[in-house]
Design a protein around this ligand. Structure first.
Ligand SMILES: [Zn+2]
Length: 399
């Protein structure tokens, strides 16, 4: 079930009898719909049963009144190659994370590669190789956007031009290499931006022995597109500085699982107070010293909703549509033209919450009943979440 042949097309897929459609759009997080129609991996219709053309479907899914949301996007991961991480010597972590509802992952640098090259030719070669490798191989079907070079002193504009022309579209976390000064980082971030490469900066204390502090002045001066793990990875800046970053910068506010939870809540609340909830995006920062986190995004959603007092349907947008828009991805939103990447969820068995959203607001994580990527079913009942009360079923189609 997990591995589809390369280039396999979903054909026409009808998902009916949906109990709740979460759109991923922070302006309108819940849709008035119970049916989604997909053709060859792309959403073509979202609406009421009677209004959707359901004829000649190759696959029909009865959602059994469960919730369909866009597949979760992990804005901050550190992959290496394949479905292996040397950080904790673990195999299958990406497939495990797909079982936690994640359908897209964005690399913040392949920093855990043993013997990672730090010379400029070497770091460029690694980025290009990682981009190609994950483009050609999707563990569990997950879209891993990788090839995120770590900036080192001495890089010139030509290097960024070369990287962009070779298909690299991301920078690894600024600050993990030898470029740590604000002015130097700012110049390289600007070169990257000029050539269409998106940037993320490490924020807070060192992650592991050998990395360093990036304080709020460096973050503001560098002006990267994403304020990476604003709640630290794991050591956070003081709360007042985090709130100052939210206020003075207009860039994406990334909150991660592998960070300070109290500051995670403070940052999300600051964004809402500043009337910019669309800037909040979520990641795990895994694999990390704290491990591989297959349920990391679901746990972040439950944390921010329950302890942050933010409506669950809005918090789901932090992990879907907000990230898609800020990172210019075609997934993360349920609307025609978008990739058919979905997570089907229901309230976990025996939660105190009466509905899925209420259970999340009470701090429980949902049960995942199915994950679909590009219109193809990648897993049924999750092997990792608590069991969902109800799960969708694939209905036999008469031919
Ligand atoms: Zn970091």
């Amino acid at each position: 079930m997990a591995e589809a042949a390369a280039g396999e097309k979903s054909g026409k897929v009808v998902i009916r009898n949906i109990g709740l459609v979460l759109s991923g759009d922070i302006e309108r997080p819940i849709l008035d719909a119970d049916t989604i129609v997909v053709v060859d991996g792309v959403i073509v219709a979202v609406g009421r049963d009677k209004d959707c053309d359901q004829s000649r479907a190759m696959t029909v899914i009865d959602a059994r009144r469960t919730c369909v949301a866009p597949g979760l996007i992990d804005s901050h991961v550190h992959p290496v190659f394949g479905d292996w991480t040397p950080r904790q010597n673990q195999l299958g972590w990406i497939d495990s994370t797909m079982n936690g509802g994640v359908t897209t992952m964005i690399s913040a640098g392949e920093v855990h590669l043993p013997g990672r090259p730090k010379d400029i030719v070497g770091l460029k070669a690694l980025a290009i190789t990682a981009q190609r490798a994950f483009d050609n191989f999707r563990p569990g079907g997950v879209k891993v956007l990788a090839g995120a070079p770590i900036l080192e002193t001495g890089m010139t504009e030509q290097d960024f031009k070369d990287l962009a022309e070779s298909g690299v579209s991301l920078l690894g976390e600024v600050g993990l290499g030898s470029v740590k000064a604000g002015a130097e980082a700012r110049q390289m971030v600007a070169w990257a931006r000029k050539h269409g490469i998106q940037s993320t900066i490490h924020t807070g204390g060192p992650s592991i022995p050998g990395s360093g502090l990036i304080d709020k002045d460096v973050v503001l001066e560098a002006d990267a597109d994403v304020i990476g793990h604003i709640n630290g990875g794991h050591t956070a800046l003081p709360e007042a500085q985090v709130c100052e970053l939210c206020e003075k910068s207009s860039r994406a506010i990334e909150i991660v699982h592998n960070g300070n939870e109290r500051i995670a809540i403070a940052a999300a609340k600051a964004a809402i107070q500043l009337k910019c909830p669309h800037r909040v995006i979520l990641g795990t920062d895994g694999p990390a010293g704290s491990g591989v986190q297959p349920l990391g995004l679901l746990r972040m959603i439950a944390l921010l909703s329950s302890l942050g007092g933010i409506a669950a349907e809005r918090v789901f947008c932090f992990a879907t549509g907000n990230t898609a828009r800020l990172r210019k991805l075609n997934c993360g939103l349920i609307e025609p033209g978008r990739d058919a990447d979905f997570v089907f969820m229901d309230r976990a068995q025996h939660t105190a919450g009466r509905t899925l959203l209420e259970s999340v607001q009470l701090g429980d994580i949902p049960g995942v009943g199915m994950v679909m990527i590009d219109g193809l079913v990648r897993c049924g009942r999750s092997r990792n979440t608590p069991p969902a009360t109800e799960i969708p079923v694939v209905v036999p189609v008469a031919r």
